[in-house]
Design a protein around this ligand. Structure first.
Ligand SMILES: Cc1cc2nc3c(=O)[nH]c(=O)nc-3n(C[C@H](O)[C@H](O)[C@H](O)COP(=O)(O)OP(=O)(O)OC[C@H]3O[C@@H](n4cnc5c(N)ncnc54)[C@H](O)[C@@H]3O)c2cc1C
Length: 386
């Protein structure tokens, strides 16, 4: 059996590793990026971590898996009748296709967003913002700086906290005493982290307030220009707007409506076995399943799908996918995180400890221990001189 897996993120890597561990035929992993980048590392990468160390080569991850072939290519179309995954001029014949293409930023038609906003979804965007931050805070000795983060979900609050701590460190080291760094977090809904419990929103808001981050709720960004951002008809001076709000599904599925049913939220509809079309499975952030959109659930789906394919080949009974209870961790600034599972939560240093353990566990799922430890260390050690 030959399984072609598309996407070198959590879901794709874990699927390939599990199929290899269970010796379920040949596997080809196709990804448009040569390395894996943990999104959870974004705030560390932006605020002084070593970005090069955070990108982990797919070739290194699969070095000891001779049954997995890693291909650096972009999936451009599929031909389910001939069972082909097409990447430009090259085609890959599959028995089963597993797709995990991840999601991308959705600027929701905000004027000026493409020219003036920064993003944090891939390594190029992270590097661009990291360099801009250093240039504005270190190389250009202005006494007043204003940074605006759009989106008060998990990513936005984490970035706001990390940015606050980092800006303070840089300001102390490089700028005059009178230096002021304002950080504003803008959220369209009436509370922060609106996907999570009210207690999470309460503790996150309290923490950001203690750090000195200004939070604007029930507020929408309308336009971004070179030197200001327009929020509810008011102009807020800033040269730096970081987008941490909407995401949309990978556009591949919408471009192939003959094979995928795309729901109103943009996600792909799958059957209880995560199959979207004959012998084509879709997993990770791409599908409409409870808890999709988290690394933990991408890993769970990968383990499920490998087991499902092994059962299928062996004509053993098949079971539908069941999401498990997931741990939520929201780190904000140094040594603080909110961690919650099944309604029980902890905050502060204990939350931070739980978060660090969870990050390490997710790395361990997709790489050997030594590599995982290095990846975790690169997130906590600031190698760039302040
Ligand atoms: C800033 C940020 C912070 C986050 N923090 C956390 C966190 O702390 N905890 C948590 O649980 N989750 C977090 N998440 C969410 C988590 O990262 C995702 O849920 C998880 O990465 C989903 O895994 P995936 O494999 O579905 O997609 P991804 O990890 O996004 O991987 C998709 C892969 O597909 C590749 N690809 C895309 N299109 C093609 C194509 N046409 N051809 C070939 N390859 C393609 C991409 O390059 C990528 O390698 C965060 C997300 C972001 C953006």
């Amino acid at each position: 059996m030959h399984t072609v897996v598309i996407g070198g993120g959590f879901a794709g890597i874990k699927t390939a590793l599990e199929l290899s561990r269970q010796q379920c035929g040949r596997v080809t992993l196709i990804s448009n990026r040569p390395s894996f980048f943990h999104h959870g590392a974004v705030s560390a990468a932006i605020t002084g971590g070593d970005i090069a160390q955070m990108a982990i080569s797919l070739d290194d991850i699969f070095a000891t898996h001779s049954d997995v072939k890693v291909v650096h290519a972009t999936l451009t179309s599929i031909d389910p009748d001939r069972k082909l995954a097409v990447c430009g001029h090259a085609s890959y014949q599959y028995d089963t296709l597993v797709m995990a293409l991840g999601s991308e930023s959705d600027y929701s038609g905000i004027a000026g967003s493409h020219e003036h906003m920064f993003g944090a979804r891939n390594i190029e965007q992270v590097r661009r913002f990291h360099d801009h931050l250093h240039a504005t805070l270190v190389e250009d000795h202005h006494v007043e700086r204003s940074y605006v983060i759009v989106g008060g979900g998990e990513t936005g609050v984490e970035l706001a906290g990390a940015l606050r701590s980092y800006a303070d460190e840089l300001a102390k080291a490089h700028i005059t005493r009178r230096a002021k760094v304002h950080i504003t977090l803008v959220e369209a809904q009436s509370r922060l982290v609106p996907r999570h419990s009210h207690q999470a929103s309460y503790h996150v808001a309290k923490r950001l307030k203690a750090l000195g981050v200004d939070v604007l709720l029930n507020t929408r960004v309308e336009r971004v220009d070179d030197e200001f951002v327009t929020i509810d008809k008011r102009k807020l001076p800033t040269e730096t707007v970081l987008w941490a709000a909407g995401v949309r599904n990978n556009p591949f599925y919408l471009k192939h409506p003959q094979y995928f049913e795309v729901l109103s939220d943009g996600r792909v509809s799958v059957n209880p076995y995560l199959e979207a079309y004959r012998d084509i499975y879709v997993i990770g952030d791409n599908i409409d399943v409870k808890d999709a959109g988290r690394a933990r659930s991408a890993l769970d789906m990968a383990v499920y799908i490998a087991d499902h394919l092994v059962r299928n080949v062996a004509s053993r009974p098949l079971y539908p996918y069941r999401p498990s209870a997931s741990l939520i961790c929201i780190p904000i600034g140094a040594h603080w995180a909110y961690a919650e599972c099944l309604g029980i939560y902890v905050t502060g240093k204990l939350g931070s400890y739980v978060h660090r353990r969870a990050v390490r566990r997710s790395y361990l799922q997709i790489m050997p221990r030594a590599m995982a430890d290095m990846a975790v260390a690169s997130q906590t050690t600031k190698t760039r001189n302040l």
